[in-house]
Design a binder for this molecule. Structure first.
Ligand SMILES: [Zn+2]
Length: 219
């Protein structure tokens, strides 16, 4: 059970979201304690297995808007994202659906049309060793499950790493193969790609000083 900080203040961009009650319920985010703050962990699911070191916050409290990332820009998976540990059902794609829905929803809001949902990479996976960049095509060998598109959370640059306060995490559509590359590997945008921006880490100290964690509802 995680503590639900439902009254946490909204970001400026979050205020503009104007979510329906249904979507507000659907896109609550789980942050997990790490050192001094909490880092993005998952989209909240009812009955999910969350510990006391997790908080649940409204999407509007951590949403930082969107941007287009240019073709060719390098990006990496966030270390410590929840994906690796989760069993998935390839037929329903259950664990991944919410992230891509969040991306899709935002895209529609901004562009007034349905997005094409496909892996946003250039199909390659990259690794730099001794200052030489190596690449190989990940899509050639994809299984059916590997073709599933999920809303990966990624950071810019070619170094998968844990990041700190003030950093952004980007939600972009990538396939399962690209979502599961090694931490030493990175990707590049195949096209100019729409990305949703969220706070990677939050430290709601002031809020918790007024309303300690224990006073919040657990969900
Ligand atoms: Zn891919």
């Amino acid at each position: 059970m995680a503590y639900y900080l439902k009254d946490l203040s909204f970001t400026e961009e979050g205020k503009k979201l104007k979510l329906s009650d249904e979507d507000r319920e659907r896109f609550r985010l789980v942050y997990k304690r790490e050192g001094d703050g909490w880092v993005l962990h998952d989209i909240y699911e009812k009955g999910g297995d969350y510990g006391d070191d997790c908080i649940v916050v409204p999407l509007e409290s951590t949403y930082k808007g969107w941007e287009y990332i240019d073709q060719g820009v390098s990006f990496s998976n966030v270390i410590g994202s929840t994906y690796d540990s989760k069993p998935i059902d390839p037929d329903t794609n259950h664990e991944y659906r919410n992230w891509i829905e969040l991306w899709e929803k935002t895209y529609k809001r901004v562009n007034n049309e349905n997005p094409v949902i496909e892996c946003c990479t250039d199909e390659m996976v990259y690794e730099t060793r001794n200052q030489v960049e190596y690449q190989s095509n990940l899509h050639i060998t994809r299984s059916k499950r590997g073709c599933i598109i999920c809303g990966g959370h990624v950071i810019k640059g070619n170094l998968a790493r844990s990041i700190s306060i003030g950093s952004l995490v980007y939600i972009v559509p990538i396939c399962m193969r690209h979502d599961h590359i090694k931490t030493s590997e990175y990707m590049k945008m195949g096209n100019r790609t729409f990305a949703v921006k969220l706070d990677y880490m939050i430290i709601p100290h002031n809020y918790l000083a007024q309303r300690p964690l224990e006073t919040h509802e657990k969900i």
